[in-house]
Design a protein around this ligand. Sequence first.
Ligand code: NDP
Length: 297
Amino acid sequence: MTATRIDGKAFAAALRERVGGYAASFEEAAGRKAGLAVVLVGDDPASQVYVGSKGKATVAANMASFEHRLPDETTSQELLALVEQLNQDESVDGILVQLPLPSHLDEQSIISAISPDKDVDGFHVINAGRLSVGQSGFVPCTPLGCMMLLTDRLGDLSGLEAVVIGRSNIVGKPMAQLLLDANATVTIAHSRTKDLPGVVKRADIVVAAVGRAEMVKAEWLKEGATVIDVGINRLPPEPGKEKGRLVGDVAFNEASEVAAAITPVPGGVGPMTIAVLLRNTLVAAHRNAGLTAPEDL
Ligand code: NDP
């Protein structure tokens, strides 16, 4: 079997296009643009790149982008004051504090200070709680993006065996919750799981969110499984090359011989994250303006 490549890049581009169209209609209806504020503390190079691309994508989707770049030595009080100012600002619908924060800042207390109704990353404990009890809130962007790719590919997930490898608060746990809400039978695997290959072998759906290059092998997979690879890992550079290749948590080539469908890295889950962030921001904007968000957002 040669697996279908699940094209997250194309799916994300279509979602961004849709968000852009609805954002223009929102502006007409509300008399203002939907707005996303992104806060970056310090000069981590990867975070600088992420924040830059989020800003560009926001503007390209007809929304307002507010960037706040603060120095590394920003105190907790200063950051909390900014978050509070953004909570009060009616032109800001979504607030994202780029993680990781410098080590002197406590991520949990900063995230807790964001208004849950502007927490478009879905990391606030209120939104985690809403997801857990089935109330509408904001769901973290990466797992929601994975879910969109899965339902687009498989339709109804009822009764399917799903194995999520990884139990982080930002990917593994919300992913498992979304699969459970979709009536899959869900197993969450992690570093203490015994016989991981045997657990994965049961799965119709495998979501790998580990951070270990090409860990999931072809022989772990059930024939015909659908594989969503969240991992982003850089291999050591080959001789003569400056940078190593980016790979996922799944050995893509060999897994493609067994799976029915698989996301590539790059070009699978990665592009979905920003697209879903824009989607969440526009949903927040509708709620904040007392408008109903379009159903297919
Ligand atoms: P974390 O490091 O927070 O979590 C990793 C999880 O993997 C943990 O639950 C850990 O288990 C588990 N794990 C580690 N080693 C093993 C092992 N040998 N066998 C089974 N499970 C193991 O990572 P994140 O959830 O934040 O991210 C996971 C990956 O996804 C990373 O590669 C990250 O770069 C990528 N990512 C990609 C995004 C995108 O936009 N595409 C967005 C977010 C993340 P335990 O809990 O027991 O320690």
